[in-house]
Design a protein around this ligand. Sequence first.
Ligand code: DC
Length: 219
Amino acid sequence: MTFPSSSVVIAVDGPVAAGKGTLARRLADKYGYAYLDTGSLYRAVGAKVLRAGGDPADPDFAAKMAESLEESDLAAKDLRSEAVGLAASKVAAIPGVRAALLDYQRRFAALPPGGKPGAVLDGRDIGTVVCPDAAVKLFVTARDEVRAERRYKELIDKGETVTFERVLADLRRRDEQDRARSAAPLRAADDAHLLDTSDLAIEAAVAAAVEIVANTLKP
Ligand code: DC
């Protein structure tokens, strides 16, 4: 379904831990737009499947979980864990799951909560499938080792017991799953602006993203 709207949409896509969440949140703050982390929807479905003892690769079961997703599922405590991330990547390959989450994302983009004038959505397919008409599309990348290092630090800070090698291997496995799937694979839209954050500190990456958005939205 599409929703008629005058909302300005910024799509931020990219692989695991490229920095898209931070950039999307900062852009939303700067422009006074609403922010949606669409990965959390897939994570909530993955977590719900695991909690119910199901197999994240089972299309019927995963789709059922996606269709019955509730606000409270989005607040589950384990959403950011590695196990849930891998389950999320599996359920995300199932067309029935993607279909069940599509309207929610499009409605958020078209009618941002709180009457905000725009929305920033981050994910894998925002610029290609969810909001192909987004006013600005960013595709954020960084080298594998840099992304793994960021993710590793994040997990250690949260008290998880992991090794760098394990994080790097999981990240590559998840990217491969996200890129290889036939349903809305991870890829840059043809009209996306590429932003490589490998050698940029956070503030420099934010400044680069703001410059792209400002130049693109310029009347
Ligand atoms: O961004 P993240 O790591 O929280 O996303 C978790 C998984 O969800 C990721 O492996 C791919 C999937 N995902 C997706 O397929 N499409 C999106 N728009 C967002 C996330």
